[in-house]
Structure formats: structure tokens, C-alpha cells
Design a protein around this ligand. Structure first.
Ligand code: XMP
Length: 517
């Protein structure tokens, strides 16, 4: 989980992760304060922490009791290191227990919003009214502050809701300042970062681009870099960033597998070749993919075929680029954080552009591996990528093949492409494109009877799937206005030949997934 990469900022905060569900949110909040931060495992050795030189530490929350024999513990040397440290929830309880306060075991964790009474506002509560509201989870309880600490806040249930020892630069809150349900939470974080840890808050995307391009130049030298692009935000952002750093030493490869949306291949070409003047190898592999997919109806087989074929095509073209030493990939921070904890159960085998072909001898560069998605968008925007790409909704690697249920043929793909473009255009026209996670059309393997112009029809069904979600792990079907649904349905029926019925999918995830295959 820990990143031993050079950080991309002069000042940074290290968050020790004790397994709390809000750890990523803490990181995002710190970055919203324009302070760069990274998440590291709770058991990172003190020497390693010191070697990385963070300007401040944050100890996250965690799901287990301090009294559990398997409870995660950090090196207590951090409390003597002089590095300003903020403990949140479990991090606060651990700080209290390890430094000689009194901690008692609580019952199972329950979250609630509660009143907070501030007793001392000379450090992290500076400038706040004494009566506050906070988001809190009741677990273990700090009954008494450790020697040297002062009590700074309490709640009806918690005698020590917050405490601090400004001489040692140690601060602790038994609630969640990162939550929107703690209205002054950002003020508390800012007070810690700027008031107590003396950070300047000068990290922004322009700084990121500057340091990232310098780092790419240093690492790559005069060598050549290959980057696979798909039109998605991550790979596009990486391509633009690497190009800004090393210009013509970069060659992008764009494999059009024929499973893209209407006009998408052309847009990718125009953006990279015409606008950015990036060397682009455009591979029209539509026929090759369709041949491989002929007669295949099983979703997992489709995914495997597309994934394998993609790597093969990519490899063929990459191997023709003489002297290439590096492959640039669009790995982002959530991938980095989650890669160690992903469950092994395969629900769908994902395919992503830019995955390293196994027998190719290329070193990887991952210039945006420290960024969250919204930060990637900001960087992409700063680099001049078109809005359509910056805000493009997620689109699966296997493309429309997993939305044409049953056998994938050119004509079924064309039907779906047309329906899909109507869905996207109408959702955009209704001003909902950025509010929903994904809006898509699926071509069902069903034909049904209809009537058009007094003629009986027996034609295809389009399923409309529009979902809201935070991270695609769970999703809700979007409560679209009836007028929008009506418009989409009318347009599909009148403009897409061979379709006489439109249905709306009202299943959340779980139990359904977002894609149908
Ligand atoms: P599901 O269908 O599993 O999808 O609920 C969750 C999210 O992942 C996207 N998805 C993919 N993305 N390669 C990708 O890059 C894939 O193979 C793939 N399959 C699904 C899906 O669109 C949704 O956003």
C-alpha cells in the first residue's frame, strides 16, 4: 500500500491508514486545502516515515477496538518525532492510550451526528463558536487525557471528544472532521495544517504539472515512450502530460477495436493528432475484433477475447516503435490504494487500455498515480484537453461489445451506437450529464411486437440504464424526469431503425451491476 515514490510537492502530509472507511476522504480534504498528501500503511516503520520527511502526520480512523488483540498499532516513536500529528477517531484513541491516557472499551461502532462543546479554542478550534455539530462514531472512549494534554472539546457521551498538546504538536479528535456532517470540519483541518503545522497550502494542479513534467524529463532522458490512448480521461491526461514533458519522444497508440461510440474514434484522432500534434499510431482493427467475436455470446468469453486481442494488436504496433523504453500508464491514486485490498472474487474480468503486454520489455511510468479522479480532470483541463474528454463518463474497455447482448455484429453495434448517442445527447441537453455516473443504452437480445403506421412490427428492444454512484461499487438508478425519459424514448423509436421498444432499468447495484455483461 505504501508508495515509495518521490512526492511531487515540497511540503506534504502523510496519512497513516488504520483501515478507516473515510481515509481516502481525509486525503481528499487535505488536498482540497492545497496541501499534497499520501496515504501509507499504519505499520510504516518510523525510519521510513522520517526518511520521507512529511511536514505533518494524520492518523486515520479504523474499524476495530484498540483492545482487540489484532488492533493495528503504529510506531509510537512518531509521537516524539516533533512532526505535528492529528489523530482522528481510532487515531485519537490510539494516541490517548499509547501516551498514558485512560481509554475504555466501547460497544460496536455506530455513526451519528451530535453536538460538540468546544472548551479550548486556542489551537485546532481557533475561530470556531463553542457550540458545534459533528459526525461521530461511538466505539472506545477516551475517559482521561494523557499527561501533558489539555481537554479541548467534549460531547454529552464523550468526556474527551478532543484534546491537544501544542508543545509536542499532538492533536486528537474523536469525531470525523472530514465528513460533511461536521460543518466546521474543514476549518478544523485548516487550523491543524496551517495554524499548527505551518504549512503554506501552495499545492495546486499547475504546481503538479510543473513537477510532474520535470520528473518525466529526468526519468526518461532521451529515451522513447509509448502510451496507449482510448479517449478516456486517464490515458488522455497521461498522454498530454508526457507530451508536454518530452514532445516527440512520445508515441501514442490508439487501437480502434470497432466497439467505440458514435464518432469517438474520430474525436480521439482529432484531439491527439490535429490539436496536440502528438505522434499517433492509429490502428483500425474493427474487422479483426469482429472476426474474433463472431458467434460468441458468453459475456466472459467476449471480455477475454477483447482483452487478449487488444494486447496482441497493441504489442504488434508497439514493437515497431524503435528504441522505446517506457510505457506510460494512467494508473490513478484509488487504484494504488485499493490494489492491495481487492477481493479475489472475479465478477467481471476488467479490461483496461495500456495494460503492460507481459512479454514486452518496457519500464512503466505512471505520472498520475498520485492523483484522485477530480484532480486528473483538473490537470487534463489545464493541459487543454477538450471538455468532452475531461468530463466523459466511464466507458468500459470492451466497449459496446458488452452492451450488445448476445452475438456482436457490425449491424447490431451500429444500432446501439445510434441509440447510445441519443441517450448521451439528451442527458446532456437536460443538463444531467455531470449529475449522473453513467447514462447508457443496451441492445437486448429480445424482439417484441409493436405497431407503427398501422403496420405490425417485430423489432429490437433498447434498455436505458442511467445510474448515480460515487465510485461504481454501488449505484442507484437515476430518478430521471418523465419528460427526459419520454424524449429519449421517442427519439430512439423514431430515429433508430429496427427498434420498437425502449425500457428503463430500475435495478440498483447490488444486486445488478451497472453494465449488463
Ligand atoms: P459494473 O458493471 O461492474 O461496472 O457495475 C462498474 C464500472 O466499471 C466499468 N467497467 C469497466 N471499465 N474496463 C473498464 O475500464 C472494463 O472491462 C469494465 N467493465 C465495467 C463500468 O462501465 C462501470 O463504470
Amino acid at each position: 500500500m505504501i508508495q515509495n515514490q518521490p512526492t511531487s510537492a515540497a511540503e506534504f502530509v502523510l496519512i497513516l491508514d488504520f483501515g478507516g472507511q473515510y481515509t481516502q476522504l481525509v486525503a481528499r480534504r487535505v488536498r482540497e486545502c492545497h496541501v499534497y498528501c499520501e496515504i501509507a500503511s499504519f505499520d510504516t516503520p518510523l525510519e521510513e516515515i522520517m526518511a520521507r520527511g512529511p511536514n505533518a502526520l494524520i492518523l486515520s480512523g479504523g474499524p476495530v477496538s484498540f483492545f482487540n488483540p489484532d488492533a493495528p498499532k503504529c510506531d509510537v516513536g512518531i509521537f516524539k518525532s516533533g512532526i505535528p500529528c492529528l489523530g482522528i477517531c481510532y487515531g485519537a484513541q490510539l494516541m490517548a492510550a499509547e501516551l498514558g491516557g485512560k481509554l475504555t472499551a466501547g460497544k460496536s461502532q455506530t455513526y451519528t451526528q451530535t453536538d460538540l462543546r468546544i472548551i479550548d479554542s486556542s489551537d485546532i478550534f481557533a475561530g470556531l463558536d463553542p457550540e458545534q455539530s459533528c459526525w461521530i462514531s461511538y466505539g472506545d472512549v477516551v475517559e482521561k487525557t494523557p499527561p501533558g494534554f489539555k481537554l479541548t472539546a467534549r460531547t454529552a457521551q464523550l468526556p474527551v471528544a478532543a484534546m491537544s498538546d501544542p508543545d509536542r504538536k499532538l492533536y486528537a479528535v474523536q469525531f470525523n472532521p472530514e465528513s460533511v456532517d461536521t460543518p466546521s470540519g474543514m476549518d478544523i483541518l485548516r487550523n491543524f495544517l496551517f495554524g499548527q503545522a505551518n504549512l503554506s497550502g501552495s499545492w495546486d494542479m499547475a504546481t503538479f504539472i510543473e513537477t510532474a513534467t520535470d520528473a518525466i524529463r529526468d526519468q526518461v532522458g532521451s529515451h522513447k515512450v509509448i502510451c496507449g490512448v482510448s479517449g478516456g480521461i486517464d490515458s488522455s491526461c497521461v498522454a498530454a502530460l508526457v507530451h508536454q514533458a518530452i514532445g516527440d519522444q512520445l508515441t501514442c497508440i490508439f487501437v480502434n477495436h470497432g466497439l467505440l461510440r458514435l464518432n469517438e474514434a474520430e474525436q480521439v484522432r482529432r484531439t491527439f493528432e490535429d490539436h496536440f500534434k502528438i505522434r499517433l499510431v492509429y490502428v483500425d482493427a474493427e474487422e479483426r475484433f469482429l472476426r474474433k467475436l463472431a458467434g460468441v455470446t458468453d459475456p466472459e468469453r467476449k471480455r477475454k477475447i477483447i482483452g487478449e486481442e487488444f494486447i496482441r494488436v497493441f504489442e504488434e504496433h508497439a514493437s515497431k516503435i524503435e528504441g522505446a523504453k517506457y510505457l506510460a500508464q494512467g494508473t490513478v491514486y484509488p487504484d494504488v490504494i485499493e490494489s492491495g485490498t481487492k477481493s479475489a472474487a472475479v465478477i467481471k474480468s476488467h479490461h483496461n487500455v495500456g495494460g503492460l503486454p507481459e512479454d514486452m520489455d518496457l519500464d512503466i511510468i505512471e505520472p498520475i498515480r498520485q492523483l484522485f479522479k477530480d484532480e486528473v480532470r483538473e490537470v487534463a483541463s489545464c493541459l487543454g484537453l477538450p471538455e468532452d474528454m475531461v468530463w466523459r463518463q466511464p466507458f468500459p474497455g470492451p466497449g459496446l461489445a458488452i452492451r450488445v447482448l448476445g452475438e456482436v455484429t457490425k449491424s447490431r453495434l451500429d444500432t446501439l451506437r445510434l441509440a447510445d448517442s441519443i441517450v448521451v445527447d439528451e442527458i446532456k441537453a437536460a443538463g444531467l450529464y455531470r449529475d449522473v455516473w453513467q447514462a447508457l443504452a443496451i441492445l437486448a437480445p429480445i424482439r417484441s411486437v409493436g405497431v407503427m403506421g398501422e403496420q405490425r412490427t417485430y423489432a429490437d428492444t433498447i434498455v436505458l440504464r442511467v445510474v448515480t454512484s460515487k465510485d461504481a461499487m454501488t449505484a442507484e438508478w437515476a430518478r430521471l424526469p418523465y419528460e427526459v425519459l419520454e424524449k429519449i424514448s421517442d427519439k430512439i423509436i423514431s430515429e433508430v431503425p429496427g427498434v420498437n421498444r425502449v425500457v428503463y432499468d430500475i435495478t440498483p447495484k447490488p444486486p445488478a451491476t451497472i453494465e449488463w455483461e
